[in-house]
Design a protein around this ligand. Structure first.
Ligand code: FEO
Ligand code: CA
Ligand code: CA
Length: 667
């Protein structure tokens, strides 16, 4: 979801609420992230701001790199050809296997792909998943009971799990809802219980069986045994150090082990043992009335996570007391977690793993360390918040899938510190160690897990520019982390406004490449460098594309979700270009090795108001699935900016892209 935009983008203000925000589309701030742009970033710690680190790093190490990829690391801030690598790229043809003709930034209401490619609809909001009668979609006449049996709203993360030849499971998160585009006549001041219950059912996750037909491409399988909906009311179990903690107990769950639902599931990941880790991001927006919480420690913790002092924008608390902190001060502690479920078992109980910490989880990327332990990389998508990793106590067993289901219940959580010499440190967050004492509010590990942000504040982790997706590239073992943007940098007394800093008021974001020490993901240290400082090189001297000739690259802003093709090329979806470029979001591809390292090219252009929220390849790379989230966001049903995909009311949709000749995507 888009969060952070330049004040110059403001439309004329229309009420007090909108006058505080910095977004071109008020509904985006209101529904996607709980209007967090209108509030100060909740990290008031004195930890070193990432931009300051980056500034020193660029100035001191801009000609350096690490490992085999070092040759691509050249001068920042120049739009000229920077070295022999670029010259070779232009003379030797493609080494990355990427040979498509880039598309351009576009603002029209259609999906644009390169010549020789086609895009089609796979599944959209409201499409029925089961064979029940009466679950067909009819706009404006939906019920919560129907929605629980249909594909949910605002598809975000996409996962592809092969089952057999031409059969797979598609995993799709349903991050949030846009009630103004879902319900004709919606009154934001007076939502109805029927609408709220419908929205709870429209959140969560879908598991959808899909099949490939020789001529027609991919289709979803109505009524397939695997099909499943997880929603905002699905029962799930808490595990780990915070399960049963006094702060996890509510009137509905006095033991503190059972939660109803998962909310604001942004991105996710597939584990090596084939389960899904879906991530609860901006959960703060669903809760209300922190000002009425009597316990000062709880109130402070809620504030650090951005929970509102008064009414919520969604006003769900009017109908469900668990969203009212005045009545249930602990319910919000039961959100902000990573949720694991088994997509191969539609009846399995999802589990919220508290050992992985509580923050605005964007995504997970899970790998197995050399000694067999599971390592999960994670980011907290908030301005000035942190990058994390978790290392399990137990070891992965390739011969015992069920045993691996316990791996994420115990282990060590770390927050990242990026140093200005191009190295980094994983700082353990362990109760009783260093500043994480009982006197500071961390009497046990459950406290650390519930108040992870506050723990990371104390240990001096590096404050980042909104960590979005973090993924390990299977081709080289490096970690890629997308910092989507942070235009607050250098404003309102924030550090890092030095004019020499190429990313001051970071509107376009950047991508960091990290290498674990010795290639071991369990190692306590790493090296890091930039892959990309995003923007339009023709207009912005602060951009950087790993030293590649910037006159050749596609402009890109606000990198969000990322994935890799089989060659290890990085593919990026964006969330923010309608604000920064006044054009639609898109999908981009960039090699991370060889002479084309940094050669960023746009592959797809989305639709007005719609984020390209996630992307994933089929197992043989001949299909790219893309989620088109919130088409038409920022407009109204009376005056829509998008009618995607059917020429009617907009519906969040998963599309797939294939080559006309059936070949590998990008080739
Ligand atoms: Fe939901 Fe951080 O994007
Ligand atoms: Ca986003
Ligand atoms: Ca995202």
């Amino acid at each position: 979801m888009s969060l952070d935009h330049d004040p110059s983008d403001l439309l004329p203000v229309v009420d007090d609420y909108r006058s505080n925000q910095c977004f071109v589309h008020p509904q985006t701030c209101r529904w996607s992230c709980g209007n967090q742009c209108a509030h100060p970033a909740p990290n008031e710690s004195g930890n070193e701001y990432f931009g300051a680190v980056a500034r020193r790093y660029i100035s001191r190490r801009r000609l350096l790199g690490f490992g085999a990829l070092a040759a691509g690391m050249l001068v920042v801030g120049k739009n000229t050809v920077l070295g022999a690598e670029t010259a070779r790229a232009q003379s030797a043809g493609s080494s990355s296997g990427l040979n498509f003709t880039p598309v351009k930034l576009d603002g029209s209401d259609r999906i644009i792909v390169p010549p020789g490619y086609k895009s089609e609809i796979l599944i959209r909001w409201g499409d029925p998943l089961f064979l029940d009668p009466g679950t067909g979609f009819e706009f404006g006449k939906q019920t919560a009971a129907q929605q629980e049996r249909q594909f949910g709203y605002n598809c975000d993360y996409l996962g592809f799990i092969p089952l057999a030849k031409d059969r797979a499971l598609l995993i799709a998160n349903h991050e949030y809802t846009n009630p103004e585009l879902m319900f004709p006549g919606y009154d934001p001041e007076n939502p109805t219980k029927e609408q709220v219950d419908y929205e709870l059912a429209a959140h969560g996750v879908s598991v959808v069986h899909i099949e490939r037909h020789p001529m027609r491409g991919w289709r979803y399988t109505l009524g397939a045994w695997h099909n499943r909906r997880i929603t905002g009311t699905t029962p799930m179990r808490l595990t780990g150090p915070a399960a049963g903690h006094p702060w996890m107990r509510t009137s509905a769950d006095p033991a503190g082990y059972t939660v109803l639902g998962t909310l604001n599931n942004c991105s996710a990941g597939i584990t090596p043992w084939g389960t899904v880790l879906t991530c609860e991001e901006n959960f703060n927006q669903y809760f209300a009335n922190n000002d009425q919480v009597a316990d000062a420690a709880k109130k402070a913790a809620h504030k650090r996570y951005g929970l509102p002092g008064g009414a919520s924008e969604r006003k769900w608390e009017r109908f469900h007391k668990r969203f009212d902190l005045a009545q249930e001060p602990n319910e919000a502690f039961r959100f902000g977690w990573v949720v694991e479920f088994d997509p191969h078992d539609p009846g399995s109980l999802p589990r919220k793993h508290t050992a992985l910490g509580r923050f605005k989880h964007e995504a997970t990327s899970t790998v197995i360390a050399r000694d067999g332990r599971a390592v999960v990389y994670m980011g907290d998508d908030e301005r000035f918040d942190y990058v994390y990793k978790f290392v399990s106590d137990g070891k992965y067993d390739p011969n015992d899938r069920q045993a691996n289901f316990r791996l994420l219940e115990s282990g060590t959580l770390y927050a990242a510190k990026f140093k200005d010499d191009g190295t980094g440190e994983w700082i353990p967050l362990i109760a009783g160690q260093g500043k994480l004492t009982a006197a500071n509010g961390f009497a046990n590990q459950g406290d650390v897990c519930i108040k992870t942000r506050l723990a990371a504040d104390l240990v001096g982790a590096t404050r980042m520019d909104r960590p979005e997706d973090i993924e390990v590239n299977p081709a080289n073992g490096y970690i890629y982390a997308a910092m989507t943007n942070n235009s607050q940098r250098g404003t309102s007394g924030r550090p890092g406004t030095d004019a020499a800093n190429p990313r001051a008021e970071n509107r376009h974001g950047h991508i960091i490449e990290m290498m674990p020490a010795g290639g071991d993901h369990a190692a306590p240290t790493f090296q890091w460098r930039f892959l990309m400082l995003c923007g339009d090189p023709a207009k912005d001297k602060g951009t950087y594309f790993a030293g590649f000739d910037q006159s050749l690259v596609s402009p890109i802003s606000s990198p969000d979700n990322i994935t890799f093709d089989r060659r290890g090329n990085l593919w990026i979806s964006t969330d923010g270009q309608p604000s920064t470029f006044k054009k639609n979001d898109g999908v981009f591809a960039v090699p991370v090795a060889g002479p084309e390292r940094g050669y960023n090219r746009q592959f797809l252009s989305g639709v007005p108001g719609g984020e390209c929220a996630s992307l994933v390849f089929s197992d043989n790379d001949d299909t790219l699935f893309v989620s088109i989230q919130h088409p038409g966001e920022g407009s109204t049903l009376e005056n829509l900016t998008s009618n995607f995909p059917d020429g009617k009311e907009p519906r969040p949709t998963v599309i797939f892209v294939m080559k006309d000749d059936g070949g590998v995507i990008g080739s």
